[in-house]
Design a protein around this ligand. Structure first.
Ligand SMILES: Cc1ncc(COP(=O)(O)O)c(C=O)c1O
Length: 394
């Protein structure tokens, strides 16, 4: 396949084919099928200033180039840039802003995103307004003269709220602001925000795109050449780029993204249905359930509902801690998106930094449990949850 993401491969090949081949050609010299790990910092020049596409690996590395082309193809983007982590991607978008600028964002964005906004960029005189992103009127009302960026996630973490991407992007554009979306939870297999009007897509490659809990990485995708050039400038100027081994691992991961996501979604659907009927469960947060307030929007903007879900046990903080500590197949751990199922309790773990009253007001109760549903057998996962709940609560 052609390396050029602007080629006609989008029209010719479907997602499953592009996930395996886009950006990757057998090595011209050896025929090696897989993109080599170009473990290399510098490159020979034919004459001073005359190089063959690469000068120095912070600026560009052939393994990274293939990954960037692959990710761009999957998001139906013209341009892709890879970074050392999801946070490095987010930081790069924030590098676009100037002192005095204002950002509108969600009141339930990922904790690390909230931290970089409030503990790094507010110090540079950039102001952030946190709103309920499921309410388009609230987004509209938060805009000011100096708003330059709308930053959102959908589905959100851990309550799986769904934001209307098309509606939100229209508001941003009406105010002359950029709309950036963190698409980590959905992945491009389930949701392509650029098609819905977003200007920038950000990813933590650490999650589903890598898919095996063995690599940390990030990416930015866009159709805007000028933005892409600035992202490339920041890759080189700031230096938070992934090494060739990390790039290789993510390329290896994206090949199986469609089959993994199908199983993540199917398992999550079965677990959500089972939990919805469980007497100890007060509420299930999964956008695939008819009862989920964002279900209709999710049906429109997603191809399936993902592998993340949360549920609220009718139990105290301590008893809920016992449930999540008692599983055998689910591992008690933060993070998400790997082939193995993970379980966590937001109150004392991922969302512990939020004061209790504020946390309860946001719906993050003591009995809330979040799971990243892996690709094991669904019946083993359900039996594991059943035993953990039964032994801790009865
Ligand atoms: C939605 C989301 N965005 C960004 C990040 C940050 O990514 P990384 O850990 O790769 O820096 C995370 C990490 O958990 C996340 O869940």
């Amino acid at each position: 396949m052609d390396d050029d993401p602007a080629s006609d491969e989008h029209e010719r090949f479907r997602f499953e084919t592009r996930s395996i081949h886009a950006g990757q050609e057998p090595d011209a010299d050896t025929g090696a099928l897989m993109t080599p790990i170009h473990a290399n910092s510098t490159y020979e020049q034919d004459a001073p200033g005359e190089h063959r596409g690469y000068e120095y690996s912070r600026t560009g590395n052939p393994t990274r180039t293939d990954l960037e082309a692959n990710l761009a193809s999957l998001e139906d983007a013209e341009y892709g840039r890879a970074f050392a982590s999801g946070m490095a991607s987010i930081n790069t978008v924030l590098n676009l802003l100037d002192s005095g600028d204002h950002v509108v964002t969600g009141n339930d964005v990922y904790g690390g995103t909230h931290r970089i906004f409030t503990q790094v960029y507010e110090d540079y005189d950039i102001d952030f307004t946190f709103v309920d992103m499921t309410d388009l009127d609230a987004i509209e009302a938060a805009f000011r003269e100096e708003t330059e960026l709308l930053w959102l996630e959908t589905p959100t973490n851990p309550l799986m709220s769904i934001v209307d991407i098309e509606g939100a992007a229209e508001i941003a554009h009406a105010h002359g602001a950029l709309c950036a979306i963190d698409n980590t939870f959905a992945t491009p297999y389930l949701q392509r925000p650029l098609e819905l009007g977003a200007d920038i897509v950000s990813h933590s490659l650490t999650k589903y795109l890598g898919g095996h809990s063995d690599v940390v990485g990030g990416a930015l995708l866009t159709n805007d050449e000028e933005l892409d050039e600035r992202f490339g400038f920041y890759q080189n100027a700031v230096g938070a780029t992934p090494g060739p081994f990390e790039s290789f691992l993510v390329l290896r991961g994206t090949k199986t993204l469609p089959v993994r996501m199908d199983r993540h979604c199917e398992n999550a659907r079965q677990i959500a249905d089972w939990l919805a009927d469980h007497p100890d469960v007060d509420r299930v947060y999964y956008p695939g359930l008819d009862s989920h307030p964002g279900h209709e929007i999710a049906r429109e903007q997603m191809d399936d509902f993902g592998g993340m879900l949360s549920f609220e046990l009718d139990a105290s903080l301590e008893d809920t801690s016992e449930v999540v500590s008692n599983t055998e197949v689910f591992t008690l751990a933060e993070s998400l998106g790997g082939v193995e199922s993970l379980i966590e309790q937001p109150a004392p773990m991922t969302h512990a930094a939020i004061p209790r009253e504020e946390r309860l007001e946001a719906g993050l109760t003591d009995g809330l449990v979040r799971v990243s549903v892996g690709i094991e057998h669904a019946e083993d996962l359900i039996a594991d949850l059943e035993t953990a709940i039964e032994s801790a609560l009865h």
